[in-house]
Design a protein around this ligand. Structure first.
Ligand code: ZN
Length: 220
């Protein structure tokens, strides 16, 4: 019988963030906060997945857990290591076993107009480097969302724990660490944006999983 994993995530931002839709109106607002059709901002599950994939690769190598080099462009995925098994290969040529939902703000009784009031433009200065012109400063307007710690974002990911070369304890610990090491989302952290804490709760076959910590030597 396959072992089912579900992980509930709660993200709290310490600052405004600028997870952007990737489109803007030049000269008016150069980037907008990503939001859905109801105008509610969200954190894409694919963003969490990408960051976990990177962190898992780094930490597996540090802990001497076998992981292939499919993070290097052009390399074939081995399909057997923890990164291939759960996050798949870059460019979706090989799917991982985990499926990620978006993280949405927990709104309780907050109105849409209150949420809209937390989105605001922030003016910044960037240094143009692309044209090889050193120190050419450009002004830009960037929309940010300021949820503060009062608004949590919630979401989840799930799939089957299909790797049998690494113990379940160790797999879950790696996944947990790869989540807890996500400290910023959306970039611009040097301007004070996007600082976040993400807390996971693990459920194995629908039962909450007690974590036996391998990194910090026992439960604290
Ligand atoms: Zn691999």
């Amino acid at each position: 019988m396959p072992t089912r994993l579900k992980v509930e995530l709660e993200a709290r931002f310490d600052s405004a963030y600028s997870i952007s839709s990737g489109t803007g109106l030049a000269g008016i607002m150069d980037s907008y906060v990503l939001r859905d059709a109801r105008n509610i901002p969200f954190v894409p599950g694919t963003t969490i997945k990408g960051r976990m994939r990177y962190n898992t690769t780094i930490m597996a190598r540090a802990l001497d857990i076998e992981v292939c080099n499919n993070d290097v462009n052009g390399n074939e995925p081995c399909k057997n290591c923890i990164v291939c098994a759960y996050f798949g290969a870059a460019g979706n040529t090989y799917p991982g076993a985990l499926y990620f939902d978006n993280l949405y703000p927990v709104l309780d009784n907050m109105s849409e107009s209150y949420i809209a009031s937390l989105m605001m433009p922030r003016r910044g200065v960037t240094i143009e480097r692309q044209r090889g012109v050193a120190g050419n400063k450009l002004l830009f307007n960037q929309e940010v969302f300021s949820p503060s710690e009062a608004i949590a974002f919630a979401g989840s990911f799930e799939g089957s724990l299909r790797l049998n070369t690494v113990s379940i304890d160790q797999q879950i610990n790696l996944l947990r660490l790869s989540i807890e090491h996500i400290r910023t989302l959306g970039g611009n952290q040097t301007r004070g944006l996007g600082w976040v804490n993400i807390t996971p709760r693990f459920f194995v076959n629908e039962k909450e999983y007690e974590i036996n910590d391998i990194s910090e030597g026992g439960s604290a």
